[in-house]
Design a protein around this ligand. Structure first.
Ligand SMILES: Cc1cc2nc3c(=O)[nH]c(=O)nc-3n(C[C@H](O)[C@H](O)[C@H](O)COP(=O)(O)O)c2cc1C
Length: 266
């Protein structure tokens, strides 16, 4: 007879232990790799300002990121916490001093190049390019001793609030806010001891072929996600979060469809 899911203490305690212990190994390798493997999202900052010399370095890391055909289909909008509140009507989360909103941008290029009439492809490329630039800026900030988090929801920071952000920042057509890279000095407890669980390598990586299904590995990951969701969000847990996202996605879905149909006249 199998044990009901909610009574399987062994399974839940294994998931709980994994949340605190499953970090990639760091410390033996060159600096950059350590930064990549050791990076964790920070959810409490000291509020100390980021000096402009450091900010410039971070933005340069974004500008010099690779992009499809070097089209650089991105725009970075930098705001401190006061500007954020003023423009977007919500506090920049986690007492952070600085947010860099990363937008997928097909507006600038449209003024320079002939429109090939492939809006979905262009948008997909712009999202790819901007996300790569965001990660380059994230690692640049981490390499200078800052902590970071990317946000696309909390504090009206990106895709999930795109209709509001487009209006508030008066973004031109063909510009889609994706996420905000929040940068600052970490406050005590800003980086949670729980390690957000990663799906097993066997499930994610295919050596020369699409990986074979790893149902057990995926089940163990889902267990950790549920336990971790409870630990970090005691009220709603993971299911609550999924419900909340689904609701917010409805108006966003409309915006994305209308952007593709209306902002690229055929
Ligand atoms: C594009 C993007 C948007 C995100 N949006 C949010 C957000 O709105 N709120 C939040 O608390 N975390 C957000 N995160 C952080 C993820 O929850 C976090 O990266 C993930 O749980 C893995 O944890 P780690 O970054 O500590 O390794 C976002 C991450 C990405 C890449």
């Amino acid at each position: 007879m199998s044990i009901p899911e909610h009574l399987d203490i062994l399974r839940w305690s294994r998931a709980l232990k994994g949340l605190f212990t499953e970090k990639p190994p760091v410390g033996q390798s060159p600096d950059l790799l350590d930064r990549i493997l050791d990076r964790r999202s920070c959810r409490r900052f000291t509020g100390e300002a980021v000096p402009s010399v450091h900010l410039e370095r971070i933005l340069d890391a974004g500008r010099f990121a690779p992009s499809t055909a070097n089209m650089q289909t991105w725009t970075f909008i930098v705001m401190n916490s006061a500007q954020w509140k003023d423009v977007l009507g919500a506090a920049l989360p986690f007492s952070a001093p600085l947010g860099i909103m990363v937008c997928a941008d097909l507006h600038r290029a449209a003024g320079v190049f002939h429109d090939p009439g492939a809006p979905s492809t262009l948008y997909t490329m712009a999202v790819m390019n901007s996300s790569i630039a965001a990660m380059a800026m994230c690692l640049a900030a981490e390499s200078m001793g800052y902590a970071t988090i990317m946000l696309s929801d909390d504090g009206r920071t990106g895709l999930l609030d795109a209709p509001h952000i487009r209006r508030s920042l008066r973004l031109p057509q063909r510009v889609l806010p994706l996420m905000t890279l929040v940068v600052g000095k970490p406050a005590k407890g800003g980086i949670r001891p729980v390690v957000p669980p990663r799906q097993p390598s066997r499930a994610v990586v295919g050596m020369g072929a699409y990986p074979a299904a790893d149902a057990d590995g995926m089940q163990r990951w889902a267990d950790k996600m549920r336990v971790g969701g409870r630990l970090t969000n005691l009220r709603g847990g993971l299911q609550g979060k999924i419900r909340y996202y689904s609701e917010k996605m409805k108006p966003l879905e409309q915006l994305l469809r209308s952007m593709l149909l209306e902002e690229f006249p055929s």
